[in-house]
Design a protein around this ligand. Sequence first.
Ligand code: ADP
Ligand code: ZN
Length: 769
Amino acid sequence: MIRRGCRPPGGQGRCPRARLQWPAESREQGVRLFERPGVPLSFTDQLFPEAVVPVLVPLPSGRPYSYTVPEGMDVRPGSIVQVPLGPRQVAGVVWDGPTDKVDAKKLRPITHVFDCPPLGETMRRFVDWVAEYTLSPPGLVVRMALRAPAAFDPESWIEGIEATGEEPDRITSARRRVIAAAEDAPFWSKSGLARAAGVSASVVDGLIRQGVFRTVRFPPPPAVAEPDTAYGRATLSEDQALAAGDLVEAVRAAAFRPILLEGATGSGKTEVYFEAVAAALDAGRQVLILLPEIALTQSFIDRFHARFGAPPAEWHSDVPPKKREAIWRQVAEGRVKIVAGARSSLFLPFKDLGLIVVDEEHDPAYKQEDRTFYHARDMAVVRASLGGLPVVLASATPSIESRVNAETGRYGHVRLKARHGDAALPELSLVDMRRHPPARGRFVSPVLQTEIRKALARGEQALLFLNRRGYAPLTLCRVCGHRFQCHNCSTWLVDHRLRGILQCHHCGFSTPRPEACPECGTLDHLVACGPGVERIAEEIVEEFSEARTIVLSSDIAGGPRRLRRELEAVADGEADIVIGTQLVAKGHHFPKMTLVGAIDADLGLANGDPRAAERTFQLLHQVTGRAGRTGLASRGLIQTFQPQHPVMQALVAGDPESFYESEIDERRRSALPPFGRLAAIIVSADSRKDAEAHAREIRAAAPEMPEIEMLGPAEAPLAVVRGRHRFRLLVEASRRAPIQAYIRDTLARAPRPRGSVQLQIDMDPQSFL
Ligand code: ADP
Ligand code: ZN
């Protein structure tokens, strides 16, 4: 029986009497409820002794709402339920902790409990933690865990038939064919068997009536086949085996342990962490592998398949809805053992997670920068800590944060010294663009051209890297100087010549590329300024007309699927020269690639953000690391106007250690992350005046606190996006200072945003635009 109205005085917290005296009774009730058909015994958790429970709904609400539990309904913390919200019904999660005091007459009952494994304790604490840390409403965080609403209802079972071994009363040739065909498989659908035997369904029906076949029901098929950990085990080198041993030990210990797995591109990090994956699977537990650009990493899926005899379940925005639902449900039930996914897969409701791997842990794509701002690598470590499991962060160029954590002993540090087998790292050199300038209006220096020619002559591949989509980043009128700017943003429109448009990369606005200047009306005097990948391709095709050239960027017609196919084709040697953006820098394995040229290596150094040097180092190291992975001698050429820059010097010296040392020193001196903490508050509004005024009010409301300072407001470098004017405030704090409390306090003192004003809080910002 569920008692109503048992509330402590003041309505806060759980009834103390309930806590002391109810367990026996609720256990009893639990048993009764568990025995109800359809509720598996494994969904354990204590029942609510109260009749009012908190329910977290996937809306920007700051806290769970209170609902009553109708007589006889079985809910517990984590139950996924349907509740009325205004005129609508929404799915939510029964939360734990106290409920708000609400007038009993206003309380509404839960309408439905889904027949679905409840969200576990770890997951609920994870949602709370992420919300608290990122200063996001918990409702928006839980929404990320409820991304497959149709999966809350059980998948339907499949009906089929199987042979009973009985003989029919009279055998006909049609019946004989059915019985013979049925021997090919243990189960059949009625129509499938009829088709296989070439008879009408009525023949099969007749045999069912006679008891030769019986109807059976099967559980829904698995979303992916079970991995086989013994399937394609590699023979590890001594170095690799030692590293794998450390990871496997951590998996067996089944306790929280973050480990940085560092090793050159091609040293076998993937091969090594696959051993840890195998160990976790052998222990019957689930594994999550995070990848920065899962939609593109067909090669990873293929490798996994080759190692484990089955592909992992994929989780990213490109997975079709039906498949997503099956995966979500089967992850919750523990049937899907391994997920490879984008950052959002951190919020999947694993039943028994035993290991998380974050591949390319330094990759900026792990930072989500809309709605809830979070860093998936950091949150992976949090999730591992809450769940008591190891987390492996793998990279050839770790983030400064992870390196510092490894050096201070907070993380384990497992290293692979060299590339696997005969493969040597490419020989890197700088091309001083002041001394070897390209022809006028061109971007590839003669030095790089010569190397491309040599690679082609050897029948090998070259990759030209430029982190700029489209044809040119700016178009202007040679007569009046007019520059094409976005109507909604303070950005130049990018010339996408293949598609014949000028496009804004921030809001997506686009307009056909005009022939006349809209300002002065002069025809045919518009000029493209600066290069994008399409323009490099134009130059290359002119120069190397006999070579097969391909451009790879996210603009490719046909989207991610097409891109996957093209990457595979490149790996199979079907192109000679590849021109690509950072998409090609990540994790791909191109066996015949022996030359990488970075067209504009200085590009990332120009924006004055604290990670500019680190990012440039990582990107150039990764992209040149695409060369020479199979033992062929290889080269990386870096075109720069700043050959003396420490990043360029560290790259060619092949001395990442000195780069890390000086970069870490620099961060320590200026108290930047990870030695200090940063948070950004971005204020936006329809007018510049409103945005600035509100930002100033926030600054004025900031309390005095030791070791925390608020800077700004300053107009954002991207001053207008989608018609919204933006101002930024930056909070700088020491590691110890309570930065979240400070911001919460500041915002509580400041006036609430009015009119069109909106706030975004970006904890540990990666972008300062
Ligand atoms: P990383 O992840 O460090 O870039 P990979 O695991 O991708 O390195 O390994 C690079 C290449 O070397 C891959 O083609 C991989 O199959 C191969 N390789 C690495 N270790 C071994 C091994 N022990 N046996 C066979 N091939 C290996
Ligand atoms: Zn725009």
